[in-house]
Design a binder for this molecule. Structure first.
Ligand SMILES: [Zn+2]
Length: 410
């Protein structure tokens, strides 16, 4: 049983910091601190800053309130191997050079031009036809992979407002930046493939990821039909964003400090429904319009979920439990896999380098091919299994095998 942390505090190395105090002093922006209200942010701080938390800097501060606990538990043994790797990676890629290179902004401009431009063109000309909506779906997926993901990890720029603004593209394409930060940054990244605490292990009525989840007869065939049902992913993102923003819960309760940001996201969600439900129905009411709008979201959802699925569900993947004493480094590496190389990295926002991404979420994806050999060599020296697939096909076969096996775990 984990200790209960008051929601007004963020814990780092067993020191309770008041949320608002830490949020106000955080150079990377208040939203990341606020998202961790009531939670232990020790590993989050480590993996985003690649160094232990500077407690001394705060203890001498007179403004700091009394409720700081007297003893600092230093970053524990479970993180020593990770800090060792940080030192090596910092030599290859210093922290101040870890953000997006200038060339990235050309890609960003191309993707956003097509994402906004195609949408405007489709509405303006009322041409809700698949040869416009399907490519638009693809650009929506690329916006998600190449822009919002890095932005909401704080990895594009050292300036918070650049990341925050680009992170809102998640709310524009039908999701919610806040829900994503709560689901992905606060939960999935910290507890990757944790059978209790990773929301991405939850699955659905059609897919079982978690070996501890309840059985259902349809799961016995999921290793075949998963390549079809993932087309539904885009629709669940829109539905889940709206219901989570209203209820304030996604898998676990969302930090109440995010409420103002969540209200902004609710406005984005309303705008999205106006753009992609009301407007097409008003401008070109027909079954044909409906089908072609559905195609847009099926393409976007398919592309996104296809690659998400491959990276944490493969034959040799390891699931972890809250009781596991393995290090943060071990858990992150053994629950993720890489596929392909720099070309796929360019298209998929580096998420084919899932291992490096999970270890260093605040390194911009353009740098993953550079640090991957260093990470791989380090893991080999520590005897930590590091999985790389040479082709997408090999990864798909392995994922199918995992889904086959997990469906048969009683
Ligand atoms: Zn991520």
């Amino acid at each position: 049983m984990e200790p209960k942390i008051p929601k007004e505090s963020v814990y780092i190395d067993n020191v309770a910091y008041p949320v608002e105090y830490l949020a106000d002093t955080h150079p990377g922006g208040d939203i990341f601190v606020k998202a961790f209200a009531g939670k232990d942010a020790t590993t989050a701080f480590l993996s985003y800053h690649r160094r232990p938390f500077p407690h001394a800097k705060f203890s001498g501060n007179h403004k700091f309130p009394e409720n700081m606990s007297s003893s600092v538990t230093p970053t524990n043994d479970a993180n020593i191997d990770y800090l060792e790797l940080c030192d090596i990676v910092n030599r290859v890629l210093p922290i101040h050079r870890s953000f997006a290179p200038v060339s990235y902004y050309i890609k960003l401009a191309i993707i956003l031009s097509f994402t906004f431009g195609l949408e405007f063109y489709v509405h303006f000309t009322r041409q809700y036809v698949w040869y416009f909506t399907a490519p638009l779906g693809l650009f929506i997926a690329w916006t998600g992979l190449n822009i919002q993901h890095d932005a909401n990890h704080g990895a594009i720029s050292r300036h918070f407002y650049v990341n925050r603004l680009l992170g809102l593209t998640q709310s524009w394409i039908g999701g919610s930046a806040c829900i994503w930060i709560h689901q992905h940054v606060v939960q999935h990244h910290i507890f990757c493939n944790d059978v209790v605490r990773d929301p991405d292990m939850e699955g659905s009525i059609l897919i079982k990821f978690n070996p501890h989840a309840q059985d259902a007869p349809q799961y016995l065939y999921q290793h075949i039909y998963f390549l079809g049902v993932i087309a539904l992913y885009g629709f669940t993102v829109v539905k889940d964003a709206i219901s989570s923003l209203i209820r304030g819960v996604y898998f676990t309760p969302i930090s109440p400090y995010l409420r103002p940001h969540m209200n902004l996201d609710l406005m984005f969600s309303s705008l999205f429904l106006m753009r992609w439900v009301a407007l097409p129905a008003y401008l070109a009411p027909s079954l044909n319009t409906l089908v072609n709008v559905v195609i847009m979201y099926a393409v976007a959802g398919y592309y996104l979920s296809f690659f998400f699925l491959l990276s944490h569900n493969f034959a040799d993947t390891q699931c972890h439990s809250p009781e596991s004493k393995e290090s943060f480094l071990y858990k992150q590496v053994t629950s993720s896999s890489n596929v392909g190389g720099p070309l796929l990295c360019w298209f998929n926002g580096g998420l084919n380098y899932q291992i490096e991404h999970h270890l260093f979420p605040r390194i911009h994806h353009g740098h993953y091919p550079k640090i991957a050999p260093v990470v791989r060599e380090f893991c080999a020296s520590k005897g930590i299994p590091y999985k790389h697939f040479d082709s997408i096909y090999a990864n798909v076969v392995s994922t199918s095998k995992y889904l086959y096996n997990v469906a048969r775990v009683p």
